[in-house]
Design a protein around this ligand. Structure first.
Ligand SMILES: C[S@@+](CC[C@H](N)C(=O)[O-])C[C@H]1O[C@@H](n2cnc3c(N)ncnc32)[C@H](O)[C@@H]1O
Length: 273
């Protein structure tokens, strides 16, 4: 039994497997053009390709698309920021594979992967079990957003607070209390000018009906409207908020025959300090 299997994970941690399963299914089975190419997701998961296919077959197209689309949105903006920032903070990293995919191309970019300690331990063991080499630019930052200081956690791993950074926070806010969301965004909004965050929310309309309809694998804690998140971001110190509009998102799904559709209540937005 691999060592990582002995690490106890909660339902919230396991949502990282679900996100990676959507990216893996997209990489392995979606039509061209792919929205996002994650060649590591299926390797990091402990699932066969058939299991990945069967899992994704049960998920409607507007949910299947959420993970590839948000990663595409974040990494397109990150690519545009490279050269101006050389610190990338991946909050709630899960099985994010940016660092593994970029490898030697990371150059001077330092990638800070932040996650709840048990899940991060699982991922690190999994990488070891697979015999993969995480690039030396990766810093692992164990941190529970509800109970620990992100500032202190990052500082302990060499994060330079007075230099700009790019931050992603994908598929995480729905699992957190509003206090933890505001606290983390206060830290993010206090970064030097030119810093940027890309994050996602689940809007209140995405709350499942009490008695019918598909359930999430764990209950969500926070549903936030675009309007409320925009205000929270401005209050936290961000000067500009740039949502991924429905029209821009629709462009990725025009003419597709694989059933993928624009996400409805899962929204992505960027904010600039
Ligand atoms: C749905 S996964 C998303 C993972 C990744 N961002 C992606 O897009 O694939 C949610 C992630 O948030 C992390 N997370 C949830 N609550 C957390 C908390 N209180 N502190 C730190 N990380 C947390 C989980 O461990 C998990 O890795």
């Amino acid at each position: 039994m691999p060592v990582e299997s002995q690490i106890a994970l909660s339902g919230v941690h396991k949502t990282a497997f679900m996100a990676a399963t959507l990216r893996a299914g997209h990489y392995l089975h979606a039509d061209e053009p792919k929205i996002f190419e994650d060649a590591y997701a299926h390797r990091l998961l402990e699932m066969t390709d058939d299991e990945i296919k069967a899992f994704n077959a049960k998920i409607p197209g507007h949910l299947l698309s959420t993970c590839p689309l948000r990663s595409r949105f974040a990494e397109d903006r990150l690519a545009a920021a490279v050269g101006r920032v050389n610190q990338y903070v991946v909050l709630g990293a899960g099985l994010d594979s940016y660092a593994l995919r970029k490898g030697d191309e990371l150059g001077s970019m330092i990638v800070f992967e932040v996650d709840d300690p048990p899940f991060q331990a699982w991922k690190r063991k999994r990488i070891e079990t697979l015999g993969l080499n995480a690039p030396m630019q990766v810093r692992y930052v164990p941190c529970d957003f509800e109970t620990m200081s992100i500032e202190d956690a990052l500082a302990s791993q060499g994060f330079i607070a007075d230099k700009p950074c790019f931050i992603s926070w994908l598929g995480v806010t729905q699992y957190l209390t509003l206090d933890a969301i505001r606290e983390t965004l206060r830290w993010a909004g206090a970064r030097p000018a030119g810093s940027q965050i890309v994050l996602t929310i689940v809007e209140p309309e995405g709350r499942p009906a009490q008695t019918t309809g598909p359930r999430n694998i764990v209950d969500f804690t926070s549903y936030i409207s675009m309007e409320d998140m925009t205000k929270i971001l401005h209050d936290a110190g961000f000067s500009r908020v740039e949502p991924l509009t429905q029209a821009a998102a629709d462009e990725f799904f025009k003419g597709r025959t694989d059933g993928l559709a624009t996400p409805d209540f899962n929204r992505a937005l960027a904010a600039i300090v």
